[in-house]
Design a binder for this molecule. Sequence first.
Ligand SMILES: Cc1cc2nc3c(=O)[nH]c(=O)nc-3n(C[C@H](O)[C@H](O)[C@H](O)COP(=O)(O)OP(=O)(O)OC[C@H]3O[C@@H](n4cnc5c(N)ncnc54)[C@H](O)[C@@H]3O)c2cc1C
Length: 463
Amino acid sequence: MTDTTDYLIIGAGAMGLAFADELLTRSDATMTIVDKRSAPGGHWNDAYSFVKLHQPAIFYGVESTSMGRDRVETSGPNAGFMELAEGPEILAYFHALMRDRLLPSGRVTYRPLTEVREDGTLRHVLSGQESRVEVRRKTVDATWYENAVPATHGPKFEVAEGAWVVPPNALPRLAAKAERFVVVGAGKTGVDVCVWLLENGVPADRLAWIVSRDPWFLNRKYTQPGPEFFESTFGNFAAQRRAMAEAANAQELCANMEACGAWLRLDPDVQPTMFHAATISEGELALLRSIRNTVRGRRVGRAEAERVILDDGSEIASSPETLVIDCTTTALPVRDLKPVFAPGRITLQMTRFPMLPFSAAFAAFLEATFETDDEKNGFAQPLPLTDTVNDFIAGLTADMINRYACSKHPAVREWVGNSRLDGYSRIAREIPKDDAARQAILKEVGAAAMAAAGNLGRLTGSG
Ligand SMILES: Cc1cc2nc3c(=O)[nH]c(=O)nc-3n(C[C@H](O)[C@H](O)[C@H](O)COP(=O)(O)OP(=O)(O)OC[C@H]3O[C@@H](n4cnc5c(N)ncnc54)[C@H](O)[C@@H]3O)c2cc1C
């Protein structure tokens, strides 16, 4: 069986769908979207029920269609900030996008439960039936950031018989039966689990938290794209860029970013070594700090019914009534970068920090607008995923080069300036020219960005 298409998109997660959505708007191309999962939305199909975006919903998803209702939350640790979509809403959004926009266009074919193999053949995962798709223009690899989640990947430690180890998906169902909890992992998932338990009334002393590496967090207070947050968000952007400009090395950069409020850490006495760009509110941080039994710098080697054994041989007491929640999966493994545009192939990667859907939609715009791969790559060099502060500095350097290139080309500047997924540029460009106070803040951001760019070479590799 052979079909023909202009673009074969491998992966119906946020990246593949953000690309398809924008290409639909910008071209008359046909597309075939293939995914081995049974429904659109990628890893969100396997997320725990209480997962939330860590960025405001208003600038997540695809370019054409808003997510969220542009509201400020009034309760919980995110009160006062723009709403974060919850897992079921994110999934419903991607399902509706496929059903109500992509498929009715008549230009998109969707093939779920179908795996694309290395040699380009497609295999239906249930029937085993094989097929090929003849691609007239390009194959789009939207699997570069294929997310691993605990529900699909299991723990990174041994589990002995009798140990009660579950992924976060099982927590709401089992929590009432547990006497104590051990949360393993301090990425976004581990943080979500701790916050969920504490917010739902579990006393902090019934909770132990294994933090193998302390993370730097981004402070949600300064990632608010609504106009009512302009002074605080853009004022902090200027402060962050000054912090980057004034640092002599990576250690100083961290100290400066913390001093201006942009970065948060769990314990003021512990220097974080991990930077995954997870975003939390100060309210969530206060909850996390209430956990006294935090075990730092060690990993779990084996969970048994009566104890959890750490990699240095030390132990935490456990019991058959202790629920161990596995949050050890590395969601986004660091991979070698490739040019986004290459002959016959587009490999979707992050080209704006830390905005994945923006980067995918932007790639579609470039694909539809420019002729040569060199022209397109000139606006979109890929950024490394960040595991450490050094990676953040490398990513920031590429991010600033991309932003500069975009600002110099009228059509690209126009697209970025109108992009819903960019979050901030549209707000900046809507500030009236005669609003002197806000224009002064924007000027400050621009000047500080130039100074920061000039200092990035000094910071590279200094951590
Ligand atoms: C808990 C959590 C919260 C997050 N919050 C945010 C946030 O607030 N903001 C943000 O920007 N990012 C967030 N992210 C990051 C997230 O990685 C991206 O937002 C985005 O969902 C990544 O989408 P993706 O399409 O690259 O990956 P995925 O969702 O993993 O989709 C890739 C798809 O490719 C398919 N696939 C892979 N290989 C093949 C193959 N050979 N053949 C066929 N199909 C294949 C997979 O089945 C999968 O459906 C979060 C991640 C997690 C885990």
